[in-house]
Structure formats: C-alpha cells, structure tokens
Design a binder for this molecule. Structure first.
Ligand code: CTP
Length: 169
C-alpha cells in the first residue's frame, strides 16, 4: 500500500524520467529513494517513439514498462516522455518540488534549477538494462552451440544405427 500524506503540510512532489526497461534493482533503489524525498513520485516513461528517435528499442513496450512501474510501491503516477523539451512544462503541470535523476545524468539538468530543486542520486553499481540484455544475448548464443552439439551427437547415433542395420542385412 502506497503511503498517503495525512499531514496538513503541503504535498511534496518528486519527478523523474527514464526508460525503465527490464526493471531491475538499480531502478527499484532509485525509485525508493526518490519516493522517500516526498509524498508523491511521478515518472515520465520514455515512449517507444521517443526511444526510436534516439535509436533505441526497449524489450518491453511503453504500456508494459508503465504498468510495471505503477505496480511498485514507490510510483504514484506515470506519463509518457515524448521529447527532451517537455520537462519544464511537466514540472509546472505536476507542480514538482524536486527533479531527481541517477548520477549518470549529473549536471545535465541543472538549468531546471530555476523551477525546482534538481538532484542526482548515486547509481547502483554493476547493474543496467544494457548489461542484462548483453547477458541474455550471451546465454542464448551458448544455448545455440549446446543445441548444435546435441543435434550432431544425435545425428551420429542415427547414422551409426543405420549403418549397423545395413550391415546385418
Ligand atoms: N539507474 C540507477 N542505477 C542503475 C541503473 C539505472 O540509479 N544501476 C537509474 C538511472 O540513473 C536513471 C533511472 O534509473 O535515473 C532510469 O535509468 P534507465 O536508463 O532506464 O536504466 P539503465 O539500466 O541505466 O538502462 P540502460 O542500460 O539502457 O542505459
């Protein structure tokens, strides 16, 4: 259950952006820490079209990535990120107090400091969607090699059987 702000002080909104493909522990930790900074965490999820414009293709569709984020206990709202330029409008639209990103973006959004507080949180070490994709690609290549050698072994058995049947005729 997502905690609800029952205090009389104004609600604090935190805003972040990302692709969040193949949801992993680095994503979970970042979202958890961002959510702890306020009362509402809003996430701009890059649309499939925006990713394509950057030459990227996610494994999960926009709808799936948005659904996974909303299923966590940290994210309160999601919306589509369609361009680099929309951030100022989004900050106003959601009345965001904090704009937070992982440290791989350090310094990149400092110009937004005039409309809200901009922060960068340390990334979790040794995990990324890119690494997961690479690891999965490696596994399937190994699987193909294993399958090929199993098929060759099976073929050898069939050939040997066929020749021994031929010899007994
Ligand atoms: N993030 C993080 N720690 C990680 C990976 C990502 O804190 N180990 C943060 C990023 O800094 C960003 C957000 O999660 O603020 C969404 O990042 P995203 O680019 O979707 O995830 P990556 O795993 O970095 O994906 P890729 O390898 O495709 O860049």
């Amino acid at each position: 259950m997502k905690p609800v702000n029952t205090e009389s002080r104004p609600r604090k909104t935190v805003l972040t952006y990302g692709t969040f493909d193949l949801f992993h522990v680095g994503h979970a930790r970042l979202l958890k820490r961002l959510r702890q900074l306020g009362d509402r965490l809003v996430v701009g999820v890059s649309s499939d079209e925006f990713n394509a414009s950057k030459g990227k293709k996610s494994f999960c569709s926009f709808e799936e990535r948005a659904e996974i984020l909303l299923a966590t206990e940290f994210v309160d709202e999601v919306f589509a990120e369609d361009s680099w330029e929309q951030k100022r409008k989004d900050i106003k639209r959601f009345n965001a107090d904090i704009f937070g990103m992982g440290s791989d973006w350090s310094g990149k959004f400092d110009d937004l400091n005039d409309c809200c507080e901009v922060i960068y949180l340390d990334r979790t070490q040794d995990v990324s969607t890119t690494d997961i994709k690479k690891a999965l690609a490696k596994i399937s290549a190994e699987d193909v090699i294993q399958l090929e050698s199993s098929l060759h072994a099976a073929l050898d058995i069939v050939v040997n059987l066929a020749s021994s049947v031929g010899n007994t005729k």
